[in-house]
Design a protein around this ligand. Structure first.
Ligand code: FES
Ligand SMILES: [Fe+2]
Length: 331
């Protein structure tokens, strides 16, 4: 997909699930056009640094060893700290204090990992919202839900989808009927933007009611910048989900889908029973595939011909999105 804006936007972006980063291991990642190393120190804290050693450029994520809160280069054993600074050179009495790797701020929440990206390496100018406490009106104890990873999560890699596109989808209530085979058309009940977030409330009309304002289901969705949507469902099943899109490099993104499904009473297992799992797979986890069938082949239309009801939220969303593009496309 060709878009007239950068694939290296500013904001918080999901890079995986906590369990993918075990203590004492270093792993390579590629996001926002950069090679990265992620490692969890022996103290349990997760760090993400620029991948290539300042000495002679070895990739710290391929064979790098965790040493305390530092990572050791597989090539000549130089040691780098979580602040990116060179801590130790094995064959020299002092480190090179001037040498440093770029550090990417990381936040872990409820088993999901988010990384701050600003093209020039500036510190976070806003905080990643708490994905559970955003909706205090619903159950906020994570233990009341089955954890998303691994059974209730999906990752789709290197899809040709810019993060602005799933965001636009949040304003699009008509596509449910066509893409997701919904039997009722949801209505956009409310939307409001703050500095870095966008809150949508969508309702699914109750077909069994004569009152057109009666809703069988309400979906609250909050877009945290362009990184993704945090949603809570209020209906027959009160579940939560987040859907995140993170650019890998120009032209493609990884997509992360995580569901917190309410536990069956008394069930302490990590995964829901097989029948529940099967239903979730059919009804919810497959929605990503439905959307991808469109997004993969979609063209970005800069000046779309809009239906009357779409125009306002779409155009407002696109204007709001421009704040996250601090550099030109391809830069
Ligand atoms: S390249 Fe990393 S220590 Fe030499
Ligand atoms: Fe969709």
């Amino acid at each position: 997909m060709k878009v007239p804006f950068t694939w290296r936007p500013t904001g918080w972006f999901m890079i995986g699930w906590s369990q993918e980063f075990p203590t004492g291991q270093a792993r390579p990642l590629r996001y926002l056009g950069e090679d990265l190393v992620a490692y969890r120190g022996d103290d349990g804290a997760l760090h993400v640094l620029q991948a290539h050693c300042r000495h002679l450029g070895a990739h710290l994520g391929h064979g790098g060893k965790v040493n305390g809160d530092c990572v050791e280069c597989p090539f000549h054993g130089w040691i780098w700290g979580p602040d990116g600074r060179n801590r130790y050179i094995p064959y020299q009495d002092r480190p090179n204090r001037a040498a440093a790797l770029r550090v990417y701020p990381v936040r872990e929440q409820y088993g999901c990992v988010f990384l701050w990206h600003q093209p020039d390496g500036a510190a976070p100018s806003w905080e990643m919202p708490d994905i559970f406490r955003l909706y205090p009106q619903y159950e906020t104890d994570p233990a009341a839900y089955y954890p998303p990873y691994p059974a209730l999560s999906r990752k789709s890699q290197r899809e040709p989808v810019h993060p602005q596109i799933p965001g636009e989808n949040a304003a699009d209530s008509m596509h449910f009927r066509y893409v997701h085979h919904a039997t009722v058309t949801p209505v956009l009940l409310d939307w409001q933007a703050d500095d870095h977030g966008w809150l949508f409330e969508t309702g699914w009309p109750d077909r069994r009611s004569d009152d057109p304002n009666a809703m069988a289901l309400r979906i609250h969705s909050y877009l945290f910048g362009l990184g993704g949507a945090i949603s809570a469902f209020d209906g027959a099943d009160n579940y939560r989900l987040i859907f995140a899109t993170t650019p890998v490099e120009d032209g493609c993104s990884d997509m992360f889908y995580s569901i917190w499904w309410p536990r069956l009473p008394g069930d302490t297992a990590e995964t829901p029973p097989a029948d529940v799992l099967e239903r979730l797979e059919k009804e919810f986890l497959s929605t990503l595939d439905d959307d991808l069938e469109i997004w993969r082949y979609q063209d970005y239309i800069e000046h779309p011909v809009m239906a009357v009801q779409d125009a306002k939220p779409y155009m407002a969303y696109r204007r709001w999105a421009t704040q996250f593009y601090e550099i030109a496309p391809g830069e």
